[in-house]
Design a protein around this ligand. Structure first.
Ligand code: MN
Ligand code: MN
Length: 283
């Protein structure tokens, strides 16, 4: 008899045997426009069971053949972003200390900061590849330093100049984009130039953060801050496949808000992105 525990499809390996550890970070406390990303991890688990195959025709690989343990969702006290980040950092530290690769399902984008704090402690040369519609480089948002609109700036505080490569960006304040020019690498509008990041990060430890609103709203409308003019699903898959030889030490996907897409398609898109991500980075 199967255990009556919901995991993402194909991710039911025992913890001690797992190479990847998947966990949910259901937090959306700083969402600037529309909240709801806290519902993403559970919606993805449920929909992956009914609407997604474990086999990927893109990669001729199967989730059933790789070792991923879905440990469920972290428990947060809402309303305290700093405490939430601490819990994510501690969890990530444990996973990394056990010799496994953390993969997180947000939640809003701020959750990435918690995981990167832990990984930057282990890897002094950590590089970040960031796919997003938004630059997320503000120093503060409405007076707050911790926000999904400031997350890449807080990550820069940790990793410093020349370590962050962002793609698909099509929204931000002029000031944050100007600041970015002298501190990070930004490729506007699409992911076509991902080779630049791959060349500069070759052999280096990489954290991949995918804010799913990098996708066009016609593909992925279920998100808090949709931005017209995004990439297509096939562009994202091609980008992931190009990264398959990179040294990925951690990853996340974030900003799915299932309830804004009544068709449910966005949740299934997120599920498929996660499957391809896991399969792309498994050796
Ligand atoms: Mn973002
Ligand atoms: Mn975004």
């Amino acid at each position: 008899m199967n255990k009556n525990e919901l995991t993402f499809i194909g991710c039911d390996c025992e913890y001690q045997d797992a190479e990847f550890v998947l966990f949910g970070a259901p937090f959306d406390g700083t969402a600037s426009f529309r909240p709801g990303a806290r519902f993403a991890p559970q919606a993805m688990r449920l929909n992956s069971r009914d609407g997604l195959e474990t086999y990927s025709p893109y990669q001729d690989k199967d989730l059933a053949d790789i070792r991923v343990c879905d440990i469920g969702d972290l428990q947060f006290a809402f309303g305290n972003p700093a405490a939430v980040l601490d819990i994510i950092t501690q969890t990530t530290k444990t996973i990394v200390a056990d010799g496994k690769i953390p993969v997180m399902i947000g939640g809003e984008h701020l959750v990435s900061l918690g995981a990167i704090r832990a990984l930057a402690e282990k890897y002094s040369d950590l590089h970040i590849i960031h796919l997003d519609a938004h630059a997320d480089l503000r120093n503060e948002y409405l007076g707050e330093k911790l926000s999904h609109a400031t997350v890449m700036r807080r990550i820069w505080d940790i990793v410093g100049d020349g370590k962050i490569f962002q793609y698909g960006i099509r929204s931000g304040e002029k000031a944050e984009l100007v600041w970015g020019k002298s501190h990070i690498y930004t490729h506007m509008f699409d992911c076509n130039d991902i080779e630049t990041a791959l060349k500069k990060t070759a052999g280096k430890p990489i954290y991949l953060s995918i804010d799913l609103d990098v996708l066009d709203p016609s593909v992925f409308s279920g998100t808090g801050t949709p931005e017209a003019g995004g990439i297509q699903f096939s562009d994202l898959i091609i980008t992931l496949l190009k990264m398959s030889n990179s040294v990925i030490v951690g990853a996340d996907i974030n900003e799915l808000c299932p309830h804004y897409d009544r068709s449910g398609v966005s949740t299934l898109v997120a599920c498929k992105v996660l499957r391809e991500l896991l399969l792309a980075f498994f050796p």
